[in-house]
Design a protein around this ligand. Structure first.
Ligand SMILES: C[S@@+](CC[C@H](N)C(=O)[O-])C[C@H]1O[C@@H](n2cnc3c(N)ncnc32)[C@H](O)[C@@H]1O
Length: 346
């Protein structure tokens, strides 16, 4: 269970958006999406505004329900959600061969849950790159509490245009973040640029799988539900991501959809038929309680107007994610390990 309480949820709602402007921010955010007549090109052209609005609106809900790491994980029987999340982070560190002293970049780092875990697990210094100011302010507080503020830091910038010199990092990873990029090749090229030659980039990407049929209305509805519920311009296919890596200059060492073969499904915590005391807030009853609590907090003025609307598009996200997972048309864990070759004329 997350450590954030009800008052943390209420006070963080809206992030850096003025409390009186939260409702209009929700309306503007919704208009970017298909369900409200929005177009993919507009979402891509305005990705900074769309994604930042999304994370200002949802971060305190994420922290309340999910904890400090905002990602899914494959899961073994007998493993708690929290344990599976940490193991998924350790897996990246092992794949990247992180060693004490390495200078590592976390692309799209959220409030830094994975960054703190990976830095402690591997004795490395991790820089978290994030374009959302509110998340960085939360991350700095949590880094201080965890005692990693001397070795880890945050940089506020867009991963499409990073403020780092080339050949700067010993390793780069991205966890469920580069799916927000309007263009995968552009984003991977930036990662390639800042990585030292011979070193690796590993990621978990959100993707549509080969089972997704673009001509199937039901599939398209699920995809649009995930896009609005999760602040995405357009969910790419696994093949598009793989192609984009190669176009950016990477040599792909191995790749796999880790959802395939997971003993327990990654979407289980959000599945309404599942009950768990340790992740109670994500269960159907937990979400029902949160919904009513947010309604009450909004009514008495402790949460800004528009908070219930945020809760409701997150609910839609949860349902679409479970549907996408069950039908195996969507994965949040398309893993790849890619190397920047030593000699390359790019
Ligand atoms: C689903 S969250 C994952 C956060 C983190 N990796 C984790 O697992 O806890 C996606 C993150 O990507 C960040 N992000 C999205 N677009 C970005 C951009 N253009 N530049 C930098 N960060 C971005 C968001 O602000 C958010 O922190």
């Amino acid at each position: 269970m997350s450590k954030a309480g009800t008052l943390d949820l209420a006070s963080g709602l809206g992030g850096k958006i003025e409390k009186n402007d939260v409702l209009s921010a929700v309306e503007k955010y919704e208009k970017y999406h298909v369900h409200y007549g929005g177009e993919q090109e507009e979402r891509k052209a305005n990705y900074t505004d769309m994604v930042n609005k999304y994370y200002d609106l949802v971060t305190s809900f994420y922290e309340y329900g999910w904890g400090e790491s905002f990602h899914f994980a494959p899961r073994w029987k007998g493993e708690s959600l929290r344990e599976s999340i940490k193991r998924h982070e350790h897996f990246l560190a092992l794949q990247l061969g992180l060693r004490p002293g390495h200078k590592v970049l976390d692309v799209g780092c959220g409030i830094g849950g994975p960054l703190r875990e990976i830095a402690r697990f591997s004795s490395t210094s991790v820089t978290g790159l994030n374009n959302n100011e509110y998340q960085i302010s939360r991350g700095k507080v949590l880094n201080h509490v965890a005692g990693v503020d001397e070795t880890c830091d945050f940089v506020k910038a867009d991963f499409m245009n990073m403020p780092f010199p080339e050949n700067n990092f010993d390793a780069v990873y991205a966890i469920e973040a580069t799916c927000h990029a309007p263009d995968a090749v552009g984003c991977y090229k930036e990662i390639y640029r800042v990585l030292k030659p011979g070193q690796c980039f590993a990621a978990y990407e959100w993707c549509m799988t080969d089972s997704f049929d673009p001509n199937n209305q039901g599939h398209q509805k699920i995809k649009a539900g995930i896009e609005i519920g999760d602040g995405l311009p357009d969910i790419r296919s696994t093949r598009q991501c793989l192609e984009a890596l190669k176009l950016a200059g990477f040599e792909v060492i191995w790749e796999k959809d880790l959802a395939v073969g997971s003993p327990l499904p990654w979407y289980m915590p959000l599945d309404k038929s599942h009950f768990s005391l340790s992740s109670f807030r994500l269960t159907a009853i937990g979400r029902f309680i949160t919904k009513n609590m947010v309604m009450a907090l909004e009514y008495v003025g402790l949460a800004p107007k528009g908070s219930q609307r945020v809760q409701s598009f997150l609910e839609q996200a949860a349902e679409s994610l479970v549907d996408g997972g069950r039908k195996e048309i969507f994965t949040p864990m398309y893993f790849f390990l890619a190397r920047k070759p030593h000699s390359n004329s790019r």
